[in-house]
Design a protein around this ligand. Structure first.
Ligand code: GAR
Length: 201
């Protein structure tokens, strides 16, 4: 079976990128990362890509309108014949143009149980709210902020003693398992989107 051609977009340390790389290298995920793109020149994610011999690109958002910037990314994605775009700590909201170009072919990971606590600092939002259970979500990306159809979720207990750091680190462990699983389901054609629902075949 052909390996799914994926692109990973990341702005930061790239631990989810690393989890995807590890799942591919261990044979757990039948995919190939054909390009890693970052909007931050010094993103550690780019160094991880380099270490594993993966094509990587910094595209500067400076002085560019959102759609103009997204067009640059989309051009690269087409150039590399990307089949699935994985956002992994990519801290930008995609333009409707980008979402349309890759409709139902963009995934994101978020460190809460959506629809609770979308946007930035989800773990802190959950902690401040006082929830007893939080977790992580992998979802398809639509035009909204963290609003697309949910693929997989995993719950994590919130402890009375938790700090933002301790909760984030337990959630991150779950993220690293959940994201490769979701990509793997996509790669084997097992995800069907019906309105807001994602059916796992
Ligand atoms: C992850 O916790 C991810 O869920 C979160 O950023 C972190 C990136 O870590 N994403 C969001 O909050 C998106 N709204 P990483 O760079 O180590 O993968």
């Amino acid at each position: 079976m052909n390996r799914l051609r994926i692109a990973v977009l990341a702005s930061g340390r790239g631990s989810n990128l690393q989890a995807i790389i590890d799942a591919i290298e261990s044979g757990e995920l039948n995919a190939e990362i054909v390009i890693v793109i970052s909007d931050k020149k010094n993103a550690y994610a780019l160094k991880r890509a380099k270490r594993h011999g993966i094509n990587r690109l910094f595209i500067s958002p400076k002085d560019k309108k959102r759609e103009e910037y997204d067009k640059e990314i989309v051009n690269q994605l087409h150039k590399y014949n990307v089949e699935l775009v994985c956002l992994a700590g990519f801290m930008r909201i995609l333009s409707p143009y980008f979402v349309k170009e890759f409709k139902n072919r963009i995934m994101n990971i978020h460190p809460t149980l959506l629809p609770s606590f979308p946007g930035l600092h989800g773990q802190k939002q959950a902690l401040d709210y006082g929830v007893k259970i939080s977790g992580c979500t992998v979802h398809f990306v639509d035009e909204g902020c963290d609003t697309g159809p949910i693929i997989l979720q995993k719950a994590v207990e919130v402890l009375d003693t938790d700090t933002e750091e301790s909760l984030s680190s337990r959630i991150l462990e779950c993220e690293h398992k959940l994201y490769p699983q979701a990509i793997s389901l996509f790669a084997s054609g097992r995800l069907k989107i019906l309105g807001r629902k994602v059916i796992i075949l």
